[in-house]
Design a protein around this ligand. Structure first.
Ligand SMILES: Cc1ncc(C[n+]2csc(CCOP(=O)(O)OP(=O)(O)O)c2C)c(N)n1
Ligand code: SF4
Length: 276
């Protein structure tokens, strides 16, 4: 069967939006897995949140669920409970996961389901015209906060580490080869892989764009103390300081499927959809 990940839906992302590049990289990653016969197209399933990023649901030909705002993660975990053999990817924004969905984010690390979160972080609720999110920088002025954001941004990498993450990586939406390398490592990781994609929005929160000169690549890191140091290097706030890119932390721990006897049975029997 000829692989076709493209759909006929009209693409309504702004011309030049980095979401186009994230889509291209996700397609490359999945195509490579299928070409290598590691997985079939029907082995993948996706969830998406609500937002600009979430339109990826319409532009990639994979089964899945277009979720309520903030609920891409629990829905993805539900898919893994139903069929632990699926390769599940959840796509969500910083607004969705770090505000409405923050409890799901924290608990996802505890469950350690074998799936991937692709977090499109543009430091803005972009679809709804640029309200500040938990990672927006201090001073960000929008229609709903004309005096600017007063609070310091949240650091999601620190939260992930404190919550028991087994895979944390950061990549840039402007760098398709790096994204593809990181998505591939994330999908290959046994456990919950969290990939933060730093993404410019061309329309809202323009001040948070253009952090490229601060970024530098790190080697895959397996040391938690080093990860804690790396997590503190970028505060989502200032244009000073370095932004570590790559696998910030990785460790192998039992997955949700390996912990639950019922799911272990399904994994061992390789229960799937058609053809298995
Ligand atoms: C429970 C709920 N709250 C608010 C909304 C309105 N809403 C829809 S999309 C969106 C912004 C999404 O922002 P983000 O998750 O950062 O994604 P982006 O658009 O930046 O890609 C909001 C607030 C909603 N649909 N449901
Ligand atoms: S508003 Fe921003 S995030 Fe949304 S499609 Fe346009 S450039 Fe992309």
């Amino acid at each position: 069967m000829k692989l076709n990940l493209t759909t006929k839906s009209e693409n309504t992302w702004c011309p030049g939006c980095p979401n186009h590049m994230i889509l291209a990289s996700v397609k490359q990653t999945i195509t490579s897995f299928i070409d290598a016969k590691k997985f079939r197209q029907e082995d993948f399933a996706i969830t998406t949140d609500i937002g600009c990023h979430a339109k990826i649901f319409d532009y990639i030909n994979l089964s899945g669920i277009y979720c309520l705002h903030g609920r891409a993660l629990p829905t993805a975990i539900g898919m893994k409970l139903g069929n632990p053999n699926l390769k599940v990817l959840a796509f969500a924004g910083d607004g969705a996961v770090y505000s409405e969905g923050i409890s799901h984010f924290i608990h996802a690390f505890k469950y350690n389901a074998d799936m991937t979160l692709v977090l499109h972080d543009n430091q803005s609720f972009s679809l709804t015209t640029g309200q500040p999110t938990p990672t927006s920088q201090q001073g960000y002025v929008s229609k709903v906060n004309p005096l600017g954001v007063f609070d310091k941004p949240m650091n999601p990498i620190k939260i992930a580490l404190a919550s028991g993450a087994t895979f944390i990586a950061r990549t840039s939406a402007k760098d398709i080869p790096h994204m593809t390398e990181i998505f591939t490592k994330a999908v290959n990781h046994k456990g919950f892989s969290f990939v933060e994609v730093i993404q410019d929005c061309l329309i809202f929160n323009l001040d948070s764009n253009g952090k490229d000169s601060q970024m530098y690549n790190v080697k895959d890191n397996l040391d938690k103390k080093v990860a804690e140091k790396l997590a503190g290097e970028f505060d989502y706030n200032s244009k000073k300081g370095k932004i570590p890119m790559g696998v910030i932390y990785r460790v192998r721990e039992p997955t949700l499927g390996e912990k639950w006897p019922q799911l272990r049975g399904l994994l061992e029997r390789k229960v799937g959809w058609v053809g298995k």
